[in-house]
Design a protein around this ligand. Sequence first.
Ligand code: ATP
Ligand code: MG
Length: 666
Amino acid sequence: MDHLAGLNDAQREAVMATTGPVVILAGAGTGKTRVISHRTAYAVATGAVSANQILLVTFTDKAASEMVTRVRALGLAGVAARTFHAAALAQLRYYWPLRHDGQPLPEILSDPFRIVAPLARRLPGGYQWTPAKDLIDELGWAKSRRITPESYEEAAADRTPPLPNELFVRFYRDYERAKSRQGLIDFDDMLTHTVDLLEADDEAARQVRGRYSWFSVDEYQDTTPLQQRLLELWLGDRRDLCVVGDEDQTIYTFAGATPDFLVGFGARWPGARVIDLRENYRSTPQVLGLANRLIASTGRSKRLETSRTAGPEPTIRTYDDGDAELAGIVARIRELMAGGAAPREIAVLVRLNAQIPPIEAAFTRAALPYRVRGQRFFERRDVRSAVDAIGRVPEGATGSELVAAIESVWAKRLGFEAGAEAVGAEARERQAALATLLGIIEAVVEADAGAGRQKVVAELADRAEAEKSGSVDGVELSTLHRAKGLEWDAVFLPSLEEGLLPVAQAKDDDALIDEERRLLYVGITRARVHLALSWAQERISAKGSVGKRRRSRFLLDLAPIATRRPGGAGRGATSAGRDPATRTQPVRDPADGDDPLMAALRAWRTELARADGLPAYVIADNKTLTAIADLRPQTLGALARVPGIGPAKLEKYGAEILALVARTAA
Ligand code: ATP
Ligand code: MG
């Protein structure tokens, strides 16, 4: 079998690099799986390694079984593909009895919720509502760095943990105690114990190293320090390690992942082969153009390329409110379907699970088939408890009295406080989920003044039923996290607003903002052909009031694309209208020296001042114009950082100024 056929040059180079340390920096859609499987088959075919010496490490069990299938299809049997956990567990099961007087490995605590939830409910000072999931993630983060209760406080100094440090340390200790009292170890302990074993026991380490000698790790950007340590122990002083990843798709740092090992691979392994895969086989040049622009806004020059044929420009639309946005998406999906698109080839991707139900409702009204990927909204533990709690409100309550009664029962039983700020990913999901439920309830009450709790519960049951019976062939509704690695012909990315993407909690924390940007990057790179980004200027908030929204800062960085889009539904993302490109060429002012941009800026200002009957300095003073000419901002984000350009000027003149910058070469 020709394992080199159907590969591009960079892919072929990667496949043929069968020995020594190799790092493949593969962008989205560049064929990572193809390369790993072909490289493995090629290495065996050329005698670089025998099949039973190979360990292919994957991120999920599903990815492991897919990898085995791929490799089999290339004629290879007997290759092991495992997650770090599965491989570690096998080793631990074998060595544990040998090192513990014949005692078998303790049972694995497969659902830590069982221990964490009761401990959480006993937390003092209002923290009893902390979602168990956030506590479990924080334990995972700590353990992935081998941080113990003793070392936590110092190590977590820069974090925003779900509990104050002291309290978390106490909880961490209680958790460990409860776990060992029940004779259990958790998922993270599996890795820790294996690392401890291989570090302390030379004989075990020697035997384990005899088992595998050739390693390949997929999704390496999501490796934790503990997994990295394990990998080093497996390798010993050998060097046959190949890692594949894309630093721009790191979206699990909250759980302990870090792209540092991927990025620093070359430095860690002197003499490593570094291979860049840039040729994307998934998306049109237009989609990739937008993806590249997002990367460029961070000041980096990485670009994905493609030889695919051109497609439509991605759109960035501004809608008056959330309902208009949904109507716009429904209309556009109808068009795509009328043009022959299969619904399952279309996806709507959002930041939080709780953003999905309003989309479901709009699709149900429009009779569009859909299905929810991953956990369904109405099956969430917190949503089920919230719906159950409605049964406790007084029988006769209707209207706003009913809504208030529901809020108060949620406050008492679930710690819900409308509009409160949540710390922790799951707390945020829960807050958003209950706000979404409240929105549905308010709509029921508004439509029927006599509606009581039964009516509300019945409506919620109907929605849950509709969600459950979602059509297999329907439009996919998913969170961005769950969309990783997948692709669709058409992708919609709605609600790109400050507070949603980036999520409110990211605030101005650079590391969190970067992760939010990578989520958007993952979303954009899922699209093969059609890509629609949007935001709404107003949205109903948790309190039922209408709130003004601000477009996501990431849209500012992408905005120049929007000025090029043809007109259509919704309003443009910029205040275009006066298109500087159609104006007469600016007259050169001798005072501006040789800078054509400064001249163009002055001419633009003069003309605008005349047209709008404003003094020129009100539009922009000379200092501002000089700063623009010096900095030559390429995006609205960069322009916003120019002194003298506030939000109002950005909104009014941003697109025009950027067009001038683009038109006048430096
Ligand atoms: P992501 O980072 O989004 O997970 P990826 O790098 O894993 O992307 P794949 O999903 O493996 O990318 O590949 C994207 C698509 O490109 C697949 O349909 C794959 O079969 C195809 N592909 C990869 N390499 C080639 C090639 N040399 N010729 C044609 N198609 C290719
Ligand atoms: Mg992939």
